[in-house]
Design a protein around this ligand. Sequence first.
Ligand SMILES: Cc1ncc(COP(=O)(O)O)c(C=O)c1O
Length: 493
Amino acid sequence: MAGKVSPHIEERRRDISPEVFKIHAHKSVDWIAEYLENMNQYPVLSRSRPGDLKARIPSSPPATSEPLEKITTDFREIILPGITHWNHPRFFGYFSITSTYPGIIGEMLCSTLNVNAMLWKTSPSATELEEVVTDWVRQMLGLPENFQGVINDTASVSSLCAIAAAREYAGLNIRENGLAGVNLPKLRIYTSEEAHSSIEKAAIVLGIGQRGVNKIPTDKGFRMDIEVLTQRVEEDIASGVKPICIIPTIGTTSTTSIDPVKEISEICTRYGIWLHVDAAYGGSAATVAEMRPLFTGWENADSIVVNPHKWLFTPLDCSILYCRRPEVLRQAFSLTPEYLRTGEADSVTNLMDYGVSLGRRFRALKLWMIIRALGTERIANTIQEHISYAKRLAKIIESTPSFELLAPVPFSTVVFRFSPKVVIDNNEEINALNEKLMETVNQTGQIFLSHTKLRGKFGIRLTVGNIKTTWDDVALAWDIIREKAKELFDTRY
Ligand SMILES: Cc1ncc(COP(=O)(O)O)c(C=O)c1O
């Protein structure tokens, strides 16, 4: 018997009807394609002011069903103005990212299946596809076969899990005794002063504490200073502190500098310390054969994080943690209550054993669809083009009087500043001028840039990473930057 069909909800199903779903899903798909193909009509950076959205949304939920027409209209009229368009080809801030069409289809199918990939049994395909697709990416990156991948939501969680494995590897039995264990030494991890804040956060969560993070100074190229690192490790060992992990970065957040991973791996081998490489952003560039020399030494790591949701054209969220000692990761996290015990546990992978979360989304599906739909060659070519745009821009900046490149450009991120030194000789004043320049440029809505601070200098960052970005987009950004710099300078001086 057919249920009573109201305009937008079918009582029998307690949900909207499939007919209504199809109408709105088709309309949404049409909207998605229109949106992605016509992004120029939106300002890249949202023009919302604090409270704009809250003022337009009821503070209590509706007691009865509302029609999807109204909800989708509100999405366009109320939600969209408060969106900063990360998928815009001229989003050049932070690390620019892409949600590609196959990735969007993957996300739709993932929420349709709505599987929880906690155990092999709870969806064999979800577990096995994750094993296969992380191995595909491993091959694309040129990593050795003994790295096993597991997908987490973010690099923050991947690094947290890696450092927990390192702590386990140190053999202090903290898993059982906790940090109140008998005669525990102080624990120490080492990373550079340019490392991402997620490393320090992991130290806070894991009880190592902020003081347990030894931030090693960097050289002129913002790379970890090996001599200081060696000295600090040796001093710590001599004073009874236990080094558990060294974390170099390939592609630091501010400048994309590359720590000397090979030399660091030798220190790790010498002292039996876990090596975790943060390649959350830079890792994707290893798909380009010519870039591989920059990664020398990462094959010696115990664990590596690479984020497909940064530069492998995968919608948020998707971070792969590769581990050369998966048994240690498992030892750190495996805990099986009776209700999760399964008969085949010895012959399959149960992904819940390799991280904090029990429930896990079927993230491998979108990654599998993207790699198949784009192909590894196109992915590598696009990344190579992004790098070439950044290097071309860097050359232009270097040869432009009044502009200054603040860091080398190994990947697709350029850090620079407007520096009319002949007239302004005060660093604070130059910093203020550049902050104003970035804000003015972002207010045009045509491009979006972000910033960093390097040894007291305010640096504007332009990073290329969206699949649709062309050289014309970068050239337009440079025109806008120069034009606004000139306007600012002329009005002030
Ligand atoms: C080098 C590096 N590591 C880690 C992260 C944290 O990434 P996530 O947002 O996936 O936690 C970032 C973020 O930009 C990063 O640049």
